[in-house]
Design a protein. Structure first.
Length: 172
């Protein structure tokens, strides 16, 4: 029971921390519109059940928080959002297009984050595919490393999608 409660608290604080961080980074002090994107049914149910708490923990900068379900397509996702990947199941997004003055600078920042996530994924992939790793490591360690790999890949993919969105802002 304590493990479930700890997971819930970690989930809530991670979502709120990610959104507060984005709001601070982009200078949003009030009126922010945020999204919690779930990649799984479990993540969507968890986010939906805790939406009021997430909203309350975000502070004054975020007025609205919406859930984006696992069935959302690229065309239905909100445009002009910055992203923080919480896990392979959950990402938080904040509308920032009106705050961006230098789209190229934002794209450079996102590319750096994407490259860092991709490098982490590559390193974890090498570790997991190393000969003898699975025989020497415990199942708990293997499971943890696989989860980290999933999270790093999800982050890299999410940053890539955000870069694509920001590049569309340059054209618009």
């Amino acid at each position: 029971m304590e493990t479930i409660e700890a997971y819930r608290l970690t989930f809530l604080s991670s979502c709120a921390r990610g959104l507060r961080s984005l709001a601070a980074e982009y200078g949003i002090r009030a009126g922010g519109c945020a999204y919690v994107k779930a990649a799984t049914a479990h993540g969507q149910a968890n986010a939906s059940a805790r939406l009021p708490t997430i909203r309350a923990l975000c502070g004054k900068a975020i007025d609205e928080v919406h859930i984006i379900g696992q069935r959302a397509t690229q065309g239905t996702l909100p445009k002009g959002c910055a992203v923080v990947v919480i896990s392979s199941d959950i990402a938080v997004l904040l509308e920032v297009s009106s705050q961006i003055t230098d789209v190229d600078a934002e794209i450079r920042k996102l590319r750096a984050k994407q490259q860092k996530s991709q490098a982490a994924a590559d390193k974890l992939d090498q570790l997991l595919s190393r000969e003898g790793f699975e025989e020497k490591a415990s199942t708990v360690a293997i499971s943890a490393e696989k989860r980290k790999l999933e999270d790093a890949r999800a982050a890299a993919e999410s940053y890539q999608r955000t870069i694509e969105q920001f590049e569309k802002l340059k054209v618009a």
